[in-house]
Ligand binder design. Structure first.
Ligand SMILES: Nc1nc2c(ncn2[C@@H]2O[C@H](COP(=O)(O)O[C@H]3[C@@H](O)[C@H](n4cnc5c(=O)[nH]c(N)nc54)O[C@@H]3COP(=O)(O)O)[C@@H](O)[C@H]2O)c(=O)[nH]1
Length: 957
C-alpha cells in the first residue's frame, strides 16, 4: 500500500495541498493503525500502518466492513459496541480484538475509538486507533506459559515448597509440603509454621528474620514435626520474596524430607562406629591399603605395633620399613592388586617398641561391588611365641621321638576302633614282630582270646574318660608262639590333632608275673616244705570254721611237734634238719585226705587241719597215724635217725570258735602231752592252759634272770677213787629266785634250751667256772680242771669257739684246766663241723668228756674218731650197779672199752660205799657223787679242796 489515506479527505491545493500531503504522510507514518469508519462500520479511510497491520491494501479496505476482517469470535462484541454507539452515543471503550489477515493469520490489536461529529454535533464517523498487540501478546503468553510451567513444577515438585508472609503465616503450600509435613494445604494456609516444634521456635524465628533481612539461606538442616507429632528432618533453603519494588514481602522455603537419609546416615554412622570399634577390638593388627599401596585404614592393634597414630595414613611400606623388607611386602601385594587373591607369609618386623617380632601376614584383595580390586586387607598375627613354641615343640618332638624309638617299653597308637596306627621299634624286641607287620591290624585280634573281652571293656573306658585308671593286663602271642603277658596304660588323645588316637604304653610283665606268682606262693607257703604256711592255714581254718558253723560238723586242729628235732638240728646241722622237715611233711601228707590241710607252723611244728568231722574221735585216728608214721626211722644222708612226735588236738567248736584259739589250744595240748611223755597225742582240756601259763611265767622270769644274772654255781668234786684226792670239779648252775629259792637246772635248762637263753646262761657259767678255778689256783690250791656242762645248742653256735677262747683269755685259766662235757646223744649226731670244733678245742688243750655215757649206744669206731679224753658213765647205770647185773655188765663194758681207747672213765652218781667198792673193783678210777660230796658253793667246797682227801671227809661223815 503506497498511500493508505483515501483522496476524499484531501480538498485543498497550493499551500493547503502541501499541508494535506504532509498530514497524510504523517498519518501514514504514525506507528498506530488508524481507521476511519462510518457509523455502519464501513472503512472510509485507513492509514498505511493499519494496512500493514492487517496486510490489506488501502484500496481493498476502503468500503470494507470491519466485519470482513474481524475475527469471528470478536464480531458480536464489536457489533454490540457499534449499536450502543449508534443508539446511545456511547463511545466504545478500549478493547483488544483480533483481525484475520488474508493469509488467515490472526493479529491482536488494541482498539481505542473516538468520534468525529458533524457541525451539529451529530456523530458522523468513528476514528479507531489500533496498536499491534502481537508482540505483547506473545510476551504475555510466554509469561503465562512460564507461569503455568512453574506452577506445574511447584505443584508436582517432590520438594516441599511453601511461602509465608513476613509474620510467618503460610501463604503458599504445595502438595509435596502436604506430604512432607502432613498438613493439607487448607490446613496449612494462614497458619504460622505449625510444623516447628516448640524447642525450635527460637531457631525458626532467627532464620526467618535473617531471610526477611534479605539473606538467602541454603543447606539448612532442620528438625521439624509432622502433623502426627513425629519428628522429621528436612534439608532446605529459604529466600526472601520481593515485590516489583524489591521490597521483601515474605519468604519462600523449599525443602526435602531427609528423615530417612538422616536415620540412614545415623545408622551408617553407628555402623561405622561399630565397625571401627570392632576393628579396634581385634587384637591383631588389621589394615587396608589402596591399590597404590597407601595405608588407608588401620586399627588400634596396628597402631600399637607400629606406633605413629594416624601419621601412616597415605604412606606406603617403603616409608615404613627397610628396603629389603618393604620389597617383600610390595612383591606380595602386587599379586593381590592384579586380580582377587589372597596370600600369607611370615616376616620379621621391627616394632615401635624397638624389638623385632615374627609376624604372620594374611592378606586378601579388597574387591568392590563392581568387581574391581580396590586395595587389600591385611591381618598381622604375632607368631613369635608360636614360632618359639613350634621350635620348642620340634625339639621336644625330636626328644620324644628318640625316647619313644629307644624305649624298652612299647609305645602304640590306636584308632578309636582299636586299629594300630603306630608301634615303637621295641615291638620287635618284645614280641618278635616288626612294627609294620602290625600296623592296620585290630589290637583285639592280637590279644589272647580269653583277655579280649576285658581289654575291650578297658579300651571303652579309656575312650569315655581320658586315661586308664589302672593298667590293663592281657596276653599277646610272641612270634615264637609263646604267650607273653603285657600291662598297658592308655591315654585318650584322639582329640589331639597331632596324635589322633589312643596312646598305649605297654610293658612285658611276663617275668614279673612269674615272680609275683612265686612271691604269692611264698607268702602263703612254707619255703622249705612247700606246705601252706601259718597265714594260709589261718585263712583255711577260718573257712572251715564258717563251714562248720553252717553244717554243724566239727573241725580238728592237730598241732604236731617233733620230739627231738632240736637235737638233730643242732648236732647234725641245719641241712640235715631241713631234710628231716621235708621228709616229715611228706609223711604227714600221706596221713591225711587230699582235702585236709597240712601247714608248717615254723621250726619243727606242723599243723593238720581236718575239716567236716562227724565227731572229735576221728582226729585221734589221724593223730595216731601221724605218730606211727613219724616213729619210723628217717634216712638222713648215710644215717638213720629216730624221731617221734607229740600231737595236740583242739576241736571246733568246743575248744575254740576262732582260728587263733583253736591253734593256741592245740599247741597247749601238744605241749602238755610232751610233758607227760613224748610220742603221744593229747586232746585239749581247759586245765592245760594253766600249765601253759605257768610255763610262760617261768620263761619271762628266766629272761629276767638272764638279764640280771641271777645265777650261781655249785661245785661238785670228782674224786680219785684210789686216793680220795679231788682231781677235778664240775660246775653246776643254779637259778637264784626270791620267791622259789634256788631253782635246779633240770627245771630251767630245758626251757633255756628251747628259748635259746642257754647261750647266754652257758657263757655266764663258763666265765664264772673258769674265774673260780683260776681264783682257787691263785689262792694256792692244787690246780684242778673245771668241768663245765654244754648244751647241744651252745655247741652248734658258730661263735662258740671264739667265746671259749675269749673267756679263757679274760679269766686267765689255762685251757688244760678246762673240761667241757657234752652228752652222748649230742656226740652221736656228730657232723663234720662238730668234729672239727672238738678238734679245735682239743688242740687248744681243753679236755673233752662225754656225759651221760651209756644212754646213746655209741659204737667203738664212732668214739675213736673223737678227740675226747673221758667217758662219764651215766648215773642211771651206777644207781643199781650193786643189784642189777645188767648195769654192772654195762659199766664194766664201758670201763673196758674206755681202756681200750685209752680214755678215762668217771662214774657219776656214786652214793654208796658199795657202789664205790664195786667200781673200784671193776677198774673205774674216778668217781663223783653224793657219797663224796654234794654240789656246793665255792666257799663251802674250798676247805675240802684244801684238804684234798675226800675219803677223810666221807669217813668223817
Ligand atoms: N648245760 C648245762 N647243764 C647243766 C649245768 N649245770 C647242771 N647241768 C645239768 O643239769 C642236770 C642236773 O644237774 P644237777 O641238778 O646239778 O644235778 C647234778 C648233781 O647234783 C647230780 N648228782 C651228783 N651226784 C649225785 C648222786 O650221787 N646222786 C644223784 N641222784 N645225783 C647226783 O647229778 C648232776 C650232774 O650230772 P652230770 O652233769 O651228768 O654230771 C645235769 O644233767 C647237769 O648236767 C650247766 O651249767 N649247763
Amino acid at each position: 500500500m503506497a498511500n493508505g489515506l483515501s483522496p476524499e479527505s484531501s480538498g485543498a491545493s497550493s499551500g493547503l495541498d502541501i499541508d494535506l500531503e504532509l498530514a497524510r504522510e504523517a498519518l501514514d507514518r504514525t506507528p498506530v493503525g488508524l481507521v476511519l469508519d462510518n457509523l455502519d462500520g464501513i472503512c472510509v479511510l485507513a492509514n498505511r500502518t493499519f494496512c500493514e497491520l492487517v496486510d490489506y491494501p488501502a484500496q481493498a479496505l476502503r468500503g470494507l466492513s470491519f466485519r470482513a476482517i474481524t475475527h469471528p469470535e470478536d464480531i458480536d462484541r464489536d457489533e454490540a459496541a457499534l449499536n450502543r454507539l449508534t443508539a446511545h452515543g456511547e463511545i466504545p471503550g478500549s478493547v483488544e480484538k483480533r483481525f484475520v489477515r488474508p493469509d488467515g493469520s490472526i493479529v491482536w490489536v488494541q482498539r481505542s475509538t473516538s468520534l468525529i461529529r458533524g457541525v451539529g454535533g451529530e456523530v458522523r464517523f468513528m476514528v479507531s486507533a489500533f496498536v499491534d498487540l502481537t508482540e505483547r501478546r506473545a510476551k504475555d503468553r510466554a509469561i503465562y506459559q512460564m507461569n503455568e510451567f512453574l506452577t506445574a513444577v511447584v505443584e508436582n515438585s517432590p520438594v516441599a515448597i511453601f511461602t509465608t508472609d513476613p509474620e510467618g503465616r503460610i501463604t503458599f503450600w504445595n502438595p509435596a509440603a502436604e506430604r512432607t509435613f502432613g498438613y493439607k494445604r487448607e490446613e496449612a494456609m494462614g497458619q504460622s509454621a505449625p510444623f516447628v516444634p516448640d524447642a525450635k521456635r527460637e531457631e525458626a524465628h532467627t532464620l526467618r528474620q535473617r531471610v526477611l533481612g534479605g539473606e538467602v539461606l541454603t543447606g539448612l538442616e532442620l528438625e521439624r514435626q509432622r502433623v502426627d507429632g513425629s519428628t522429621i528432618y528436612i534439608n532446605g533453603a529459604a529466600a526472601p520474596l520481593r515485590d516489583e519494588n524489591d521490597r521483601v514481602t515474605g519468604l519462600l522455603v523449599a525443602c526435602i524430607d531427609t528423615t530417612e537419609a538422616k536415620l540412614t546416615e545415623r545408622e551408617l554412622g553407628r555402623q561405622l562406629h561399630f565397625t571401627r570399634a570392632m576393628i579396634d577390638a581385634i587384637p591383631s593388627p588389621v589394615y587396608f591399603k589402596d591399590r597404590e599401596g597407601r595405608y588407608k585404614v588401620y586399627n588400634r592393634a596396628w597402631d600399637d605395633l607400629f606406633g605413629g597414630g594416624q601419621s601412616w595414613i597415605g604412606r606406603t611400606v617403603f616409608d615404613m620399613f627397610e628396603r629389603e623388607l618393604a620389597d617383600v611386602h610390595h612383591d606380595r601385594d602386587k599379586t593381590l592388586y592384579d586380580k582377587p587373591a589372597s596370600t600369607s607369609y611370615e616376616a620379621k618386623v621391627p616394632t615401635a617398641a624397638g624389638g623385632e617380632l615374627e609376624m604372620l601376614y594374611n592378606k586378601v584383595s579388597f574387591v568392590e561391588r563392581s568387581g574391581e580390586v580396590a586395595g587389600l586387607i591385611g591381618v598381622i598375627t604375632d607368631v613369635t611365641r608360636y614360632k618359639e613354641a613350634e621350635r620348642a615343640l620340634e625339639a621336644s618332638e625330636a626328644r620324644f621321638r628318640v625316647l619313644t624309638e629307644s624305649a624298652l617299653d612299647l609305645i602304640s597308637v590306636l584308632t578309636e576302633d582299636g586299629i594300630i596306627t603306630y608301634q615303637s621299634p621295641s615291638l620287635k624286641h618284645l614280641i618278635g614282630f616288626e612294627p609294620a607287620e602290625t600296623i592296620g591290624k585290630s589290637v583285639f585280634d592280637l590279644v589272647h582270646h580269653d583277655d579280649a573281652e576285658h581289654v575291650r571293656a578297658a579300651f571303652k573306658r579309656i575312650l569315655e574318660m581320658s586315661q586308664s585308671r589302672e593298667p590293663i593286663e592281657y596276653r599277646v602271642r610272641h612270634k615264637d608262639g609263646m604267650w607273653r603277658t603285657f600291662e598297658s596304660l592308655g591315654t585318650n588323645t584322639i582329640s589331639n590333632p597331632h596324635i589322633g588316637g589312643v596312646v598305649f604304653n605297654s610293658r612285658d610283665i611276663t617275668d614279673r608275673k612269674v615272680i609275683q606268682q612265686r612271691i604269692q606262693h611264698l607268702a602263703y607257703h612254707d619255703n622249705l616244705t612247700g606246705l601252706p604256711n601259718r597265714s594260709l592255714l589261718q585263712d583255711r581254718l577260718a573257712h572251715s570254721i564258717a563251714r562248720g558253723e553252717r553244717s554243724g560238723k566239727k573241725v580238728a586242729v592237730l598241732f604236731i611237734d617233733l620230739d627231738n628235732f632240736k637235737n638233730i638240728n643242732d648236732t647234725l646241722g641245719h641241712d640235715v634238719g631241713d631234710e628231716l622237715l621235708r621228709q616229715v611233711s611228706r609223711r604227714l601228707s600221706d596221713c591225711v585226705r587230699v582235702e585236709d590241710t597240712i601247714a608248717r607252723q615254723g621250726g619243727d611244728e606242723f599243723i593238720v587241719l581236718l575239716d567236716s568231722l562227724e565227731d572229735g574221735r576221728g582226729a585221734s585216728v589221724v593223730a595216731q597215724k601221724i605218730l606211727n608214721s613219724l616213729r619210723l626211722p628217717f634216712l638222713l644222708g648215710a644215717t638213720e635217725q629216730h624221731v617221734s612226735g607229740s600231737v595236740g588236738i583242739a576241736l571246733y567248736p568246743e575248744d575254740g570258735r576262732d582260728a587263733q584259739t583253736l591253734m593256741k589250744n592245740a599247741d597247749t595240748a601238744m605241749f602238755h602231752g610232751k610233758g607227760l611223755g613224748k610220742n603221744t597225742y593229747q586232746y585239749f582240756t581247759a586245765q592245760m592252759n594253766i600249765a601253759v601259763k605257768r610255763r610262760m611265767t617261768l620263761e619271762s622270769a628266766l629272761r629276767r634272770a638272764v638279764m640280771q644274772k641271777d645265777f650261781l654255781l655249785h661245785y661238785q668234786p670228782q674224786i680219785n677213787l684210789e686216793t680220795g684226792e679231788v682231781i677235778a670239779v664240775e660246775a653246776l648252775v643254779r637259778w637264784k629266785t626270791e620267791d622259789s629259792g634256788t631253782v635246779m637246772p633240770g627245771d630251767f635248762i630245758p626251757l633255756a634250751e628251747e628259748t635259746g637263753l642257754i647261750n647266754e646262761i652257758g657263757e655266764w657259767v663258763l666265765r664264772e667256772g673258769c674265774r673260780q678255778a683260776k681264783e682257787w689256783q691263785v689262792a694256792g690250791l692244787t690246780p684242778r680242771r673245771m668241768a663245765i656242762n654244754l648244751s647241744a645248742r651252745q655247741f652248734a653256735d658258730k661263735a662258740f669257739l671264739d667265746m671259749v677262747t675269749r673267756v679263757l683269755a679274760e679269766t686267765g685259766l689255762a685251757p688244760e684246766y678246762l673240761e667241757l662235757e657234752i652228752t652222748e646223744s649230742q656226740v652221736m649226731r656228730q657232723t663234720d663241723g662238730m668234729i672239727m670244733l672238738l678238734n679245735r678245742l682239743s688242740e687248744m688243750g681243753i679236755h673233752l668228756a662225754i656225759d651221760d655215757f651209756g644212754t646213746g649206744y655209741s659204737s667203738l669206731s664212732y668214739l675213736k674218731r673223737l678227740p675226747i679224753q673221758k667217758l662219764k658213765i651215766d648215773q642211771s647205770f651206777i644207781r643199781d650197779i650193786t643189784v642189777d647185773p645188767n648195769d654192772t655188765a654195762i659199766v664194766v663194758a664201758i670201763i673196758n672199752m674206755a681202756k681200750s681207747l685209752d680214755l678215762d672213765t668217771i662214774a657219776e652218781g656214786v652214793e654208796t660205799a658199795g657202789q664205790l667198792a664195786l667200781l673200784r673193783s671193776k677198774g673205774c678210777r674216778v668217781g663223783q657223787g653224793f657219797y663224796f660230796s654234794a654240789p656246793m658253793s665255792a666257799e663251802a667246797l674250798y676247805p675240802l679242796l684244801k684238804q684234798n682227801n675226800l675219803y677223810l671227809q666221807s669217813r668223817a661223815r
